[in-house]
Design a protein around this ligand. Structure first.
Ligand code: SF4
Ligand code: SF4
Length: 430
């Protein structure tokens, strides 16, 4: 027996000029628009334990991971050298975009649809408007963030479908990082347009961000949070790179939407079962005031670092692979089946030196595979030194002097590296 439809959602077509689509949300999957959250808890954690950029708070493993990823092969070294060279001017522009002045005079008319149309013409498939939410600004970026831009324009740029299905590979890295490079000039053109309308802007991303972006995209109705920790948007799931333009333009906010994803993920679980690092949790927990599946970072980063960014959790997601509309229609017609689940087509993957893994099969790793530096790079140097002192308690004066000398140069190196790119996104610790 088919499932009952609880809601029909009309969304713009995938690309500018495409026909609108209607997504049928099964009644059995409906929970609430956006994501379940407790506003008081969100405020409490934001105040008492402000969110921080992991390029800074986990800079030790970010530096380690960057080296592992770049040195994976001569091709990877050349690829990432070139990417970093391409991104440098873009990141510089993003960091200083808030200094740019408006070039026109506001007409007093709501410009939401004019901006949406321009963004769609440029190639952004998903465009939404919401309020700029200070709860989602990194502590270290509060100062450079302007406080006179009350709105956020959320923009998703799709990355190549075919290359994404080869995850993990250098080909998939090419579309991942290539899409960041595409975001640069596109957002420059879009912000020129907004400034011509008479308004100020400040850009978050590509790669250099003021804060986590998914909460704002969910609030703007562009998708919901998947169990893989990624934004699942209607046309391409998480196969997209996100960017936000903060502005004082006269715009109207969109509303969050219940696409049924919050409950769908509880039943699907494909990414959870397929994650090579066993880093994704099957059950949702309340974390910083939001109900979600919490990724275990220390199980993920060592895999990402050594297997071309991994990303199996993106590749095996049916919403990414087939799109939300066919997935929901299949669920309705089959009384609750997950499209592609348990098939090689969706779940199979090649995993570098480990070989091919079909449904039900996962690679294994030595326990030491998951060892990596933790916390801030400068703190890690101190911890390493402390452990070395304990382990060499019987060392003589000369040996101890050498340990101190090595420690001092590591601290100096770590201080010198602050401000350099510390992760593959070229984000900076400052
Ligand atoms: S990137 Fe790989 S290791 Fe990390 S959560 Fe996704 S599937 Fe798991
Ligand atoms: S694979 Fe399934 S459980 Fe994971 S994010 Fe996609 S829809 Fe949700």
């Amino acid at each position: 027996m088919a499932k009952k439809v609880g809601l029909f959602i009309e969304r713009p077509g995938r690309n500018h000029g495409d026909e609108a689509i209607t997504i049928s949300v099964p009644e059995a999957l409906m929970t609430e628009p956006g994501i379940p959250k407790r506003d008081r808890d969100v405020s409490f954690f934001s105040r008492e334990d402000p969110i921080e950029n992991m390029a800074l708070s986990e800079s030790a493993s970010a530096e380690w991971s960057r080296e592992e990823r770049i040195l994976h092969s001569p091709e990877a070294t050349e690829f990432f050298d070139q990417h970093e060279r391409n991104m440098e001017p873009i990141v510089e522009w993003v960091r200083h975009s808030g200094d740019l002045e408006p070039t026109g005079t506001p007409s007093g008319v709501d410009v939401t649809e004019a901006i949406r149309l321009k963004a769609r013409e440029l190639g952004y498939s998903e465009v939404g408007f919401t309020r700029n939410d200070a709860h989602y600004v990194y502590q270290s970026r509060k100062r450079p963030m302007r406080n006179d831009l009350p709105h956020a324009i959320c923009l998703a740029l799709e990355q190549d479908y075919v290359k994404t299905q080869t995850i993990p590979s250098l080909e998939a890295e090419d579309t991942h990082f290539g899409t960041y490079e595409d975001q640069g000039p596109l957002s420059q053109e879009l912000t020129d347009f907004i400034r011509d309308l008479g308004y100020s802007i400040q850009v978050s991303g590509p790669t250099w961000h003021y804060g986590p972006m998914i909460p704002l995209f969910v609030q703007a109705g562009l998708g919901q949070l998947g169990a893989n920790g990624q934004l699942l948007s209607p046309h391409f799931g998480s196969r997209a790179r996100l960017q936000i333009i903060y502005t004082d333009a006269m715009v109207t906010h969109d509303d969050p939407i219940d696409y049924g994803i919050h409950q769908f993920c509880n039943e699907c679980q494909v990414c959870v079962n397929r994650c090579p690092g066993r880093a994704l949790m099957p059950d949702k927990v309340w974390y910083r005031g939001v109900e979600k599946n919490k990724l275990v970072f220390k199980r993920c980063r060592p895999v990402m670092a050594r297997y071309s960014g991994c990303g199996i959790c993106m590749k095996v997601c049916p919403i990414q692979k087939y799109g939300m509309k066919p997935v929901m229609e299949h669920y309705i017609e089959t009384d609750g089946e997950i499209l592609g689940k348990n098939t090689d087509n969706l779940e199979g993957f090649d995993f570098g030196d480990k070989g091919y893994f079909g449904p039900g099969q996962l690679p294994t790793f030595e326990r030491t595979f998951f060892d990596m530096p933790k916390g801030r790079a400068e703190d890690w140097v101190l911890l390493e030194f402390r452990d070395k002192l304990f382990a060499n308690a019987a060392a003589n004066g000369k040996e101890k002097e050498e340990m101190w000398s090595e420690f001092r140069s590591k601290v100096e190196e770590s201080i010198d590296r602050r401000g350099e790119a510390v992760d593959m996104g070229m984000d900076l610790g400052v």
